[in-house]
Design a protein around this ligand. Structure first.
Ligand SMILES: [Zn+2]
Ligand SMILES: [Zn+2]
Length: 241
């Protein structure tokens, strides 16, 4: 039995799912769901968390939308009520909503997606959830590089993986470039580029067969793995969207 830390086991198990278009997206999605569940659940009642809503803890448009897609309308209602309260406090100070750029509602609903140096092109550091996801993502990438350096079985899983979405591929390459002097990094750098290209080509073949299937001459031929290739191509290009 291998001796691995909890965070390493999580990475290991995610890479064991060889059909994932991006293991980091799988981890991100599960962490995001966990976070959103806890924000609208126990955190909304938390004496440390609740007072900060609308002040220190802001939420981007994307995450408000995702919170709204969930079933916890009570939690969301409490959150929105608190945000409106914060907004009213500002109005009491004679700061009109439409003229004040830093109003809570304005920040809540129109946080610019390209504010403050995003690391993966979509992170919004002002958003509580985005910044937590970014932290978690950095940890996952670091742990993966550590596993690569010490565990030969993990190397094999990594090489056989379907690579990453564009955002996580860039995150990975940036991390490897930062720590390029370390032993073993050169291998993983090459492998990461190799699997990225190889899997873009594989996905393209699947998409091309998907397109050809619309030709009546091919209508009786099997779909193979192409049937969900459009969704997987979107996942590859956009990550969790
Ligand atoms: Zn990804
Ligand atoms: Zn966000």
């Amino acid at each position: 039995m291998k001796k691995l830390k909890i965070e390493e086991i999580k990475i290991y198990e995610t890479f064991e799912n060889k059909l994932a278009e991006c293991p980091f997206c799988v981890l991100e999605k599960s962490y995001e769901e966990q976070l959103m569940h806890s924000i609208l659940g126990e955190r909304i009642m938390d004496v440390d968390f609740y007072p900060k809503i609308g002040n220190e803890h802001k939420f981007c448009e994307n995450h408000i939308e995702k919170l709204n897609r969930g079933s916890d309308k009570l939690g969301l209602a409490i959150m929105l009520d608190k945000i409106i309260n914060e907004e009213k406090k500002k109005l009491h100070k004679n700061k009109p909503l439409q003229k004040k750029d830093n109003s809570v509602v304005k920040k809540l609903l129109s946080l610019s997606k390209n504010s403050s140096a995003p690391s993966n092109g979509k992170t919004n550091y002002e958003c509580f959830i985005c910044s937590k996801l970014d932290e978690n993502n950095k940890d996952n990438i670091k742990t993966s590089v550590e596993l690569w350096n010490k565990d030969m079985d993990f190397r094999l899983l990594y090489k056989e993986s379907r690579g990453f979405c564009n955002n996580h591929y860039i995150n990975m390459i940036n991390e490897l470039e930062k720590s390029s002097e370390k032993k073993g990094i050169a291998d993983i750098y090459e492998v990461t580029n190799e699997i990225h290209l190889k899997n873009l080509e594989r996905l393209q073949e699947e998409l091309q067969w998907f397109i050809k299937k619309f030709d009546y001459l091919n209508s009786d031929k099997p779909w193979g793995t192409s049937k969900d290739s459009v969704q997987r191509a979107l996942q590859k290009l956009l990550g969790n969207y």
